[in-house]
Each structure stands twice: as structure tokens, then as C-alpha cells.
Ligand binder design. Structure first.
Ligand code: GSF
Length: 202
């Protein structure tokens, strides 16, 4: 099995954390979907990372499909509840955290365009999603130790990836000060090697 992805992507990080937490062996090929001549679109018609290549050559995307598959392949350390309301809530956390990453990545890309082509309305719209999304994560976490349930699961993984991505791309957004409960959770997550070894870089 081989994972293709970049060192900056929060979605790739999500998959790497799941692989590490579940102790699944998988090669990692670092590729940027933006580098000229990169091979990503040959394995994913959408041209996005992460992509997981199975041993029979099947390419799997996107990150939600990949982590669902990985969690189902080995019974140890299940990160996604099998069914029912618990599963629904974990997937809801994932959608919220991924949505924050989507908005943050959109702003990052918009800001890379020449200044005259940038839309401040579009940036403000995305920024609103980030602000409301982080506020919702903080409110839903409350004083609990974990996002959902009594131990680490995919909800915490995705929240950690979203917070790490905000720290990486939007250092000026002082969410740790605004939301001490998210800061506490994030610090606890970073004590795990799966998180500390995958902090975005580039
Ligand atoms: C998002 C993947 C994505 O946007 C998932 O896997 O969960 N819903 C998908 N990946 C970005 C890199 S990054 O921003 O994480 C990507 O590959 N962009 C290349 C492009 O051409 O959009």
C-alpha cells in the first residue's frame, strides 16, 4: 500500500495519523499536486491528494473514504464507531473540521493570485466559515477530554488537523487564546507521535 500526498495538506495528515494510530504499514510518497509534472492526476482524476494506492493498484480518494477504509481493515484501535448515532457524530466532526480546512485552503489559494484578481468578498465569506467553524468546535467540545466519547477517535484526529493547518497557514488567528479548550486538546494531541511527526511543513 502506498499513500501519495504533500507535507502541508491537512487531509493527508489525517490519513497519516490514522495509519500511525492503527499501526498500519504504508509507504509514503511525497508529491505536491501543484508541482509541474506531478503524478497525482494519473491516479486521481480530481488531481488532489491524498490518494491511497492499494496493493492491487486500485487508487482510493478522498481522505474520508481512505480513513473509513483503513479503519475497517484492522480491528485494533477503531477510530470510527461502526454504526448509529456515535458514528454519525464522529463523521459530523470530520465534516466540520474538513470544512474549516477547505475554507482555509481556499483563502490561501486566493491570496496567491495577483492582488488585482483577488476577491475580498470571497475571502471574507471563507473567513466567516473558519470563525464560525472554530467557534462551533469549541462549543461542541466544551469541557470534555475528547470530542466524542471517552478516548481518541477520528473526531479528535480531524480537529487536530484543522487546528494544525490554521496554525500553519493563519498564524495571526489566535484561536489558542480565544478557545483555551481547543488549545488544551491540541496540546494533548501533539504529545502523540502520530501528531507531532506530521505537523505541517513546507
Ligand atoms: C480534499 C483534498 C484536497 O483539497 C479530501 O481528500 O478530503 N476533500 C478532499 N487536497 C488539496 C491539497 S490540500 O489543500 O490539502 C489538493 O490536492 N489540491 C489540488 C487541487 O488541484 O485542488
Amino acid at each position: 500500500m502506498k499513500l501519495i500526498g504533500s507535507l502541508t495538506s491537512p487531509y493527508v495528515r489525517k490519513v497519516r495519523i490514522v495509519l500511525a494510530e492503527k499501526k498500519i504499514d504504508c509507504a509514503f510518497e511525497v508529491e505536491s499536486p501543484y508541482a509541474p509534472g506531478n503524478p497525482v492526476s494519473r491516479v486521481n482524476p480530481l488531481g488532489k491528494v491524498p490518494v491511497l494506492i492499494l496493493d492491487d493498484g486500485t487508487s482510493v480518494f478522498d481522505s474520508r473514504v481512505i480513513v473509513d477504509y483503513l479503519d475497517s481493515t484492522t480491528p485494533n484501535n477503531r477510530l470510527i464507531p461502526a454504526s448509529g448515532r456515535e458514528r454519525l457524530l464522529v463523521k459530523r466532526w470530520e465534516a466540520l473540521a474538513d470544512g474549516i480546512c477547505d475554507a482555509a485552503a481556499t483563502i490561501f489559494l486566493e491570496n496567491k493570485r495577483p492582488e488585482v484578481e483577488r476577491s475580498s468578498d470571497w475571502i471574507a465569506r471563507q473567513r466567516q466559515k473558519i470563525d464560525a467553524g472554530v467557534a462551533a468546535m469549541s462549543s461542541d467540545l466544551g469541557e470534555s477530554d475528547w470530542c466524542c466519547g471517552t478516548r481518541l477517535n477520528l473526531a479528535d484526529v480531524t480537529v487536530g488537523c484543522a487546528l494544525g493547518y490554521l496554525a500553519f497557514r493563519f498564524a495571526e488567528f489566535d484561536w489558542p487564546k480565544m478557545y483555551p479548550n481547543l488549545d488544551k486538546l491540541n496540546r494533548k494531541l501533539l504529545e502523540r507521535m502520530s501528531f507531532s511527526e506530521t505537523v505541517p511543513q513546507g
